[in-house]
Design a protein around this ligand. Structure first.
Ligand SMILES: Nc1ncnc2c1ncn2[C@@H]1O[C@H](COP(=O)(O)OP(=O)(O)OP(=O)(O)O)[C@@H](O)[C@H]1O
Length: 369
């Protein structure tokens, strides 16, 4: 998938931008706070119907403005044109359209424009709670498996209802809580099977990328942990109903799943240096990219690299650039604050590229000399 043109109106600090993009590398350069991340967040928005950074849509609207609008003109891998539009007026709901036709449900759009993003916020994958790692699995799997997203929705609904019953003053109705547990078990087992298949396919590819970037200096591990491994999920959930009632929430289920990251057999979070943690996250995201390309109807995802090279030594930067400019990767969006650094990266890169200067929300394409 190639994003050929991007139009932005009133998105965060970008008042108006009309960008004609390279099918290869698109570099956004500017000082801190200039709006580089905001531009690539607009690209992210058009894939996921939401910002990667703001949970609330009204927050992406430029301060003092009454609406925002994003429009992307894509070329699919098959060569067909595709247009995606999102617009929202303050105080109303947003409208997402594909080729001029409004979606009834936003979930219908997820996966159409597959995208993998690497950003400084990804350090939370290592340092943050298990919800960050579950989100990584959910974001990838839901881009190629709509049934997964539906299962997740039904599971979360049953979980929220069960938690409400556990917290209520009145003793839970045994029949009703039993039905909710059955729903959680059915959907939970389906979610588990898909997460397990995903991780077992991702893990060897991830290790290969890590070895490649670190020149085989370190050995890393990635494992999937789930209560489903303790036996039939229904038994596992039901067994501790009395304890759950005391705690006021469900202690067991796939909402507690996690990914365990290790460096030489020790927890990455405790042992990894900043550069090693960054390498880990990048290898994970590159593996995710390959996985999506194979599964998301053979479409090459877009790759967003927001400020990724900070804290990495020159050899690792060189190896990463070598990987992403090789075959199998497609269009890339990258941000950097340092021109010399960017020029060094571009010298390594065999892709066609464009440079855009971002200054206080204004985006200008650099003329090629
Ligand atoms: N809704 C909004 N309206 C107007 N400006 C906003 C809004 N949301 C964020 N901003 C502004 O966007 C700027 C941050 O932009 P962005 O994160 O894209 O910077 P950046 O160029 O990536 O910087 P860095 O190099 O520091 O990562 C801040 O100045 C912030 O005030």
């Amino acid at each position: 998938m190639i994003l050929q043109k991007l139009s932005i109106l009133n998105y965060k600090n970008i008042k108006a931008a009309e960008l004609s993009l390279s099918p290869g590398m698109n570099c956004f350069i500017g000082s801190n706070g200039a709006g580089k991340t905001n531009v690539i967040d607009a690209v992210y928005y058009l894939s996921f119907c939401r910002s990667a950074l703001c949970a609330v849509d009204s927050q992406v609207m430029r301060h003092g403005e009454a609406f925002f609008m994003l429009e992307g003109s894509y070329q699919t891998d098959g060569g067909d044109p595709l247009s995606v539009y999102c617009g929202m007026k303050r105080g109303t709901k947003k409208h997402m359209k594909r080729d001029g036709k409004e979606y009834r449900r936003l979930s219908e759009h997820i996966g159409l424009v597959p995208l993998v993003s690497v950003s400084p916020a990804d350090s939370l994958l290592i340092d943050g709670g298990s919800e960050e790692r579950r989100r990584l699995m959910d974001i990838v799997i839901s881009q190629y498996d709509r049934a997964y997203l539906d299962s997740l929705g039904r599971y979360n609904k049953a979980l929220a209802q069960r938690n409400a019953m556990l917290r209520a003053d009145a003793e839970p109705d045994t029949e009703l809580i039993g039905i909710l547990e059955e729903q959680m078990a059915v959907e939970g087992e389906a979610i588990f099977a898909r997460r397990e298949a995903f991780v077992s396919e991702l893990e060897p590819v991830f290790r290969e990328f890590y070895d490649d970037i670190s020149a085989g200096h370190e050995s890393v591990g990635l494992a999937y942990e789930s209560h489903c491994r303790r036996g039939p999920l229904l038994d596992v959930i039901r067994r501790d109903r009395a304890k759950d009632r005391i705690m006021g929430y469900s202690l067991h289920g796939v909402h507690r799943d996690d990914l365990v990251f290790t460096l030489s057999g020790h927890p990455m979070k405790r042992e990894g240096s900043q550069g090693q943690s960054k390498t880990f996250v990048i290898a994970l995201k590159l593996a995710q990219f390959g996985f999506l390309r194979r599964t998301a109807s053979q479409t090459t995802p877009l790759l967003l690299l927001d400020d990724v090279f900070d804290k990495l030594d020159a050899t690792r930067v060189e190896r990463i650039v070598g990987i992403v400019s090789g075959s199998g990767f497609g269009q890339i969006f990258m941000t950097d604050t340092n021109r010399e650094h960017l020029d060094r990266i571009l010298r390594l890169c065999s892709h066609d590229y464009k440079i855009f200067h971002v200054d206080d929300g204004e985006v200008k394409e650099e003329e090629h000399v």
